[in-house]
Every structure is written in structure tokens, then in C-alpha cells.
Design a protein around this ligand. Structure first.
Ligand SMILES: C[S@@+](CC[C@H](N)C(=O)[O-])C[C@H]1O[C@@H](n2cnc3c(N)ncnc32)[C@H](O)[C@@H]1O
Length: 214
């Protein structure tokens, strides 16, 4: 099922029809020497405690790599502004509800979700937009709910992890720098979240954070 709340246009890269296939191929290539994309996603899912039959809001679902796994845990609403990315997500996770919208314009049901999932998306937003997205996540969560953030990280060592991290960052916008290099914590605190766990993934090139609304 798909609903549309805004008519926001895509950012330049995401306007291309091939971007979904390109994103999936590039992700597989990047993570192949780091244990593989499937393992990264499985370990990210294991890192987050998900309540049974959870109500889940996914921000920035892209091609649905996580959506496919999240629907096994409950009822999923997935938001993304790129129809070209979401086309694949709809095929991968037909049970999810898809909303084509800019995250920062999305108005979720207040206090309705057990889990808000942000997989590799917050780094694409500049700092004010990221603050808005975190505020939306905060509003959406019920008391005791969990914000899950899966993000790029800076590996401390290793030739391949460092090379892949540089390669990924070459494709990413400057907003990566303040979010990833800033270590997330400061912005999370400002948004009213306390980090409750942090698990390193893909040889230090990614992290899974669990955060609780304070
Ligand atoms: C790097 S992809 C990650 C996709 C997916 N979560 C994954 O882990 O494979 C980032 C996604 O966020 C979406 N996105 C970026 N900024 C957005 C915004 N302001 N509103 C809605 N979606 C956005 C893009 O369209 C893209 O599909």
C-alpha cells in the first residue's frame, strides 16, 4: 500500500530511474570485503531489541533492505522521498505501508510506535533537517519505545575498512562530517535521546545505536 503526503522532488542523484539498482550494487560492492551486506543487516537487526508485534516507523527506507527484515517483527510504515528507491522496497516488502514524503515534512501518529528505524539516512540530512527528523522520531515513539540508528562510522584500523570508509565518504554529502565524525551523541542529547547501546558492524565501518527518549 502506498500513500503520498507531499510532492517533494528528489535530490539530484535520487531522481535517476537507475538509482535503486545502482545503490544496491554499490552497497554489495562496498560491504563485500567487510563481511557482506546481508551480514551487516542481520547484525544490525540483532543489535536492536524489538518488541513482539511491534509498530515500526522506518525513516528513509530506500530500496527496502531493512524493510524486508522489519516486516518480520510487526506492522511497518516506511517513509522515503525517492520513488525510484521505493519501487524496489515495495517489491521486497509488500506487507509494509509506504509513504512517499520528505521525512522532515512527515507527521506521524503521536506516541504510536514501539520502534523508529533510521538506516543510513540521517547523514544525508543537514543539521537542521536532522534535528527535525529526530524530533519527528521523538514524537512518534511511545514511552519506552526505541530509536534505532544504523550509520556509517570511522574505523580505527584495518586497510579494507579504512579504504572502504574513504570510498563511501567520497559519495556522501558534507552532512556526514558533522554527524558521523561528531560521534552522534551531542545531537542525540539535543534531540532528547539517551544512547542505551552501541554495536560496531562491518569491521568498524558502521554502527547500530539504540536510543531511548529521555
Ligand atoms: C543511503 S539510502 C539508505 C536506504 C536504506 N535505509 C538502507 O539502509 O539501505 C538513504 C535513503 O534516504 C532517503 N532520503 C534522504 N533524505 C530524505 C528526506 N529528507 N526525506 C525522505 N527520504 C530521504 C533517500 O531517498 C534514500 O532512499
Amino acid at each position: 500500500m502506498t500513500t503520498r503526503t507531499t510532492s517533494q522532488s528528489d535530490t539530484p542523484l535520487y531522481q535517476y530511474s537507475w538509482v535503486g539498482a545502482g545503490y544496491d550494487a554499490l552497497s554489495r560492492f562496498v560491504y563485500a570485503p567487510l563481511g557482506g551486506l546481508a551480514l551487516l543487516r542481520a547484525q544490525a537487526m540483532d543489535a536492536i531489541a524489538i518488541a513482539p508485534d511491534a509498530r515500526i516507523l522506518e525513516l528513509g527506507c530506500g530500496t527496502g533492505g531493512f524493510t524486508r527484515l522489519l516486516v518480520e517483527h510487526g506492522e511497518v510504515t516506511s517513509v522515503d522521498m525517492s520513488p525510484n528507491m521505493m519501487r524496489r522496497a515495495r517489491r521486497r516488502a509488500p506487507a509494509a505501508t509506504f509513504v512517499e514524503s520528505d521525512i522532515t515534512a512527515y507527521v506521524p501518529a503521536r506516541g504510536a510506535y514501539d520502534l523508529v528505524w533510521c538506516g543510513f539516512v540521517l547523514h544525508e540530512l543537514d543539521r537542521p533537517a536532522r534535528a527535525r527528523a529526530l524530533a519527528i522520531a521523538h514524537e512518534a515513539l511511545r514511552p519506552g519505545g526505541v530509536l534505532a540508528i544504523i550509520e556509517h562510522a570511522l574505523p580505527a584500523s584495518g586497510f579494507w575498512p579504512r579504504a572502504m570508509s574513504r570510498f563511501v565518504h567520497a559519495f556522501e554529502p558534507p552532512s556526514v562530517v558533522d554527524w558521523v565524525r561528531g560521534g552522534f551523541t551531542h545531537e542525540l542529547l539535543e534531540a532528547g535521546f539517551a544512547e542505551t547501546s552501541r554495536v560496531t558492524l562491518a569491521r568498524g565501518t558502521a554502527v547500530a545505536l539504540s536510543c531511548a527518549p529521555r
